[in-house]
Design a protein around this ligand. Structure first.
Ligand SMILES: COc1cccc(N2C=Cc3cc(S(N)(=O)=O)sc3S2(=O)=O)c1
Ligand SMILES: [Zn+2]
Length: 262
């Protein structure tokens, strides 16, 4: 799987960490300035082929909660869009705020969303292990989807119902037969794409970001359950609510953001 404790445990609740990695000139997240993005007609539609049977577990890593997929074969994959190779889904997770006014990592013309979903994939054409891919230039592809508060998301509810069982850091429960495609917006043909990094340690600059233009809606109550999670483990005497687990925005450093739509 693609998330090991030693890496994730470096994350501190209000982890704001270094403003940018020393020498890092392609860090994430960033603000997407729509009028500065460049339409690229060569960008193809994204092709996701997710198999719910590869869903394995859901766990609280002390920074977010991750739904992990079996990435030992090419069963749940992403290709097309800006990608030249086939990428394997390894996990998805979210970032959110303590209020509905903020929480997303990326913004669109400075517009904040209450939360953001990240579907993490690694290049299985070029690498045999996630741990290799995460260190390489074109090793990872992460789909970002903005969440807005509105109507209840039926597909999300199975995940929301599992959260009370993983309230504390390092708690894990079995979680199966969840199709992450249900979390994608109706239209996945319209997106922005740019070269960036992981937004938490190890902050490696190995990510092709694909940020969806269309958001998904979840209910206020569903998002409130995210906020009932804790950064802290059961043993700690001071419990801290898992909120505001997003990174500060990073300098664009001259990068071009391409759009798949004009
Ligand atoms: C050896 O490198 C490893 C090993 C195990 C897990 C990770 N990761 C850590 C952070 C991280 C942050 C992501 S985000 N918010 O940009 O989508 S995705 C992701 S991760 O790849 O799961 C890295
Ligand atoms: Zn993330």
């Amino acid at each position: 799987a693609c998330s090991s404790k030693y890496v994730l445990s470096q994350m501190h609740p209000m982890w704001q960490g270094p403003l940018a990695v020393p020498g890092g000139d392609r860090q994430s997240p960033i603000d997407i300035v729509v009028r500065k993005s460049v339409f690229d007609s060569e960008l193809k539609p994204l092709v996701t082929e997710y198999n719910p049977e590869t869903c394995q577990q859901i766990w609280n890593n002390g920074y977010s909660f991750l739904v992990e997929y079996d990435d030992t074969t090419d069963k749940s994959t992403l290709k097309g869009g800006p990608l030249q190779d086939k990428f394997r889904l390894c996990q998805f997770h979210f970032h959110w705020g303590e209020s509905n006014a903020w929480g997303s990592e990326h913004t669109v013309d400075r517009r904040l969303f209450p939360a953001e979903l990240h579907l993490v994939h690694w290049n299985s054409d070029k690498y045999s292990l996630f741990e290799e891919a995460v260190m390489e230039d074109n090793g990872l592809a992460v789909i970002g989807v903005f969440l807005k508060v509105g109507k209840r998301h039926e597909g999300l509810q199975k995940l929301v119902d599992a959260l009370p069982a993983i309230r504390h850091k390092d708690s894990v429960v079995e979680f199966t037969r969840f199709d992450p495609a249900c979390l994608l917006p109706v239209n996945i043909d319209d997106y922005w794409t740019y070269h960036g990094s992981l937004t938490t340690p190890p902050l490696t600059e190995s990510v092709t970001w694909i940020v969806m233009k269309q958001h998904i809606e979840v209910s206020h109550d569903q998002l409130a359950v995210f906020r009932s999670l804790l950064f802290t483990s059961a043993e700690e005497d001071v419990q801290k609510s898992m909120v505001n687990n997003f990174r500060v925005q990073q300098p664009l450093c001259g990068r071009t953001i391409r759009s798949s739509f004009s």
